[in-house]
Ligand binder design. Structure first.
Ligand code: FE2
Ligand code: FE2
Length: 393
């Protein structure tokens, strides 16, 4: 494990297989992977096909009989998971936080918004844009949930609790990208066309977080990711406040609170799996952590920067919006949330997996501290999202 956790903080952030990392200036078409079961793949260059994952894609690794577990949890999910959705009538909508185009004061409100955004530095915008782009690739995340055996929405309007959750979760999440997108458009600080291109590339590239159609792996991944977005939006809220923009702080804060609710639901599912099948769940947890949790937008590309995600992650790391320490903290939070250290009666393999996940967070932190100690002054990089202006990585 140790050798696979790269020492660069941004690598800790992206957690993509080492081989998928492109070096600056390298042709996008020859991405080689050297980790685990991955093989070198030469990808055809297609204008609508941005960078692709190059690890070997594993499918349907969960034994088919375990699908029954999820069928038997239908009622449980209705009573314990769907309750974490908010009725639409009680939900906030993007319009609640944006100038009202039908009001007399519309232009004045926009002027004020733009005045406030002038006080915010470029590096903050790089983080906010990266977060917004991540939210805007929502079709990919709904697709990912619908790859999971036993819980997928079989018809597109299935009435199982799992399918109802996935659609309603998507509908709640859809407001996040909408709100941030409209806000950033009105701010006048960012190159919307470049951002829109990045979103188009990202949705086109999809993602394989290596959850192998297994709801065990899938819900561990979503538990991790909801907490990661909760932390990240919480930090952009805090920074907006520090820059004196209380309205933007409110926007990021309200999104963070949704993420927290979603984290509660997903971690509850995994808690239940630990109760029913402790061995299978701890093995899944260790498997996901060995493969590393890849960030949902790690394949982002703007048509210019071959290492856009790494550059965005480096800025997020420097600003403290989302850091390698956060990765370790989330892992530790989940270990405690699921009381992994207290599980008894595991198989030999299960015990080894338990030991692995329970000791991983301190090891990641140690690596991160050493990396920080060796870190050199990072260069400045232009970001197309802010009209090519340079930002310190
Ligand atoms: Fe979100
Ligand atoms: Fe989320």
């Amino acid at each position: 494990m140790a050798s696979r956790v790269a020492f660069r903080p941004e690598a800790l952030l992206c957690f993509s297989p080492a081989g998928t990392k492109r070096s600056a200036g390298s042709p996008r078409v020859s991405m080689a992977s050297t980790v685990g079961s991955s093989t070198k793949v030469d990808l055809p260059k297609k204008p609508f096909m941005p960078p692709r994952e190059v690890h070997v894609q594993v499918t349907h690794s969960m034994p088919p009989q375990k699908i029954e577990i999820f069928k038997s949890l239908e009622d449980w999910a209705e009573n314990n998971i769907l309750v974490h959705l908010k009725p639409v009538e009680k939900c906030w909508q993007p319009q609640d936080f944006l100038p009202d185009p039908s009001s007399e004061g519309f232009h004045e409100e926009i002027k004020e918004l733009r005045e406030r955004s002038k006080e915010i530095p470029d590096d903050y915008y790089v983080c906010l844009v990266g977060d917004m782009i991540t939210e805007e690739a929502l079709p990919t995340y709904q697709t990912m949930l619908n790859t999971l055996d036993g819980v997928r929405d079989e018809t597109g309007a299935s009435l199982t609790s799992w399918a109802i959750w996935t659609r309603a979760w998507t509908a709640e999440e859809n407001r996040h990208g909408d709100l941030l997108n409209k806000y950033l458009y009105l701010s006048g600080r960012v190159d919307m066309r470049q951002i829109e291109k990045t979103i188009q590339y990202l949705i086109g590239s999809g993602m394989d977080p290596r959850t192998e159609n297994s709801p065990y792996l899938g819900f561990i991944y979503t538990s991790f990711q909801e907490r990661a977005t909760f932390i990240s939006h919480g930090n952009t809220a805090r920074h907006a406040k520090e820059h004196g923009d209380l309205k933007l702080a409110q926007i990021c804060g309200i999104i963070a609170s949704d993420e927290k609710r979603h984290e509660t639901a997903y971690t509850k599912i995994v808690e239940k799996l630990f109760e029913i099948d402790p061995d299978g769940t701890v093995l899944a947890f260790a498997d996901m952590m060995k493969k590393k949790i890849s960030m949902p937008a790690h394949l982002m590309y703007d048509g210019q920067d071959d290492n856009l995600f790494e550059h965005f992650s480096a800025v997020a790391q420097r600003l403290g919006v989302y850091t390698a320490k956060d990765y370790a903290d989330i892992l530790e939070f989940l270990v405690n949330r699921w009381k992994v250290g207290e599980i008894t009666g595991l198989s030999g393999e299960g015990k080894r997996a338990q030991d692995f996940v329970c000791t991983l967070a301190p090891r990641i932190r140690r690596l991160e501290e050493r990396a920080q100690g060796r870190a050199k002054q990072a260069p400045r990089r232009p970001f197309s999202w802010i009209y090519g202006r340079e930002v310190q990585l």
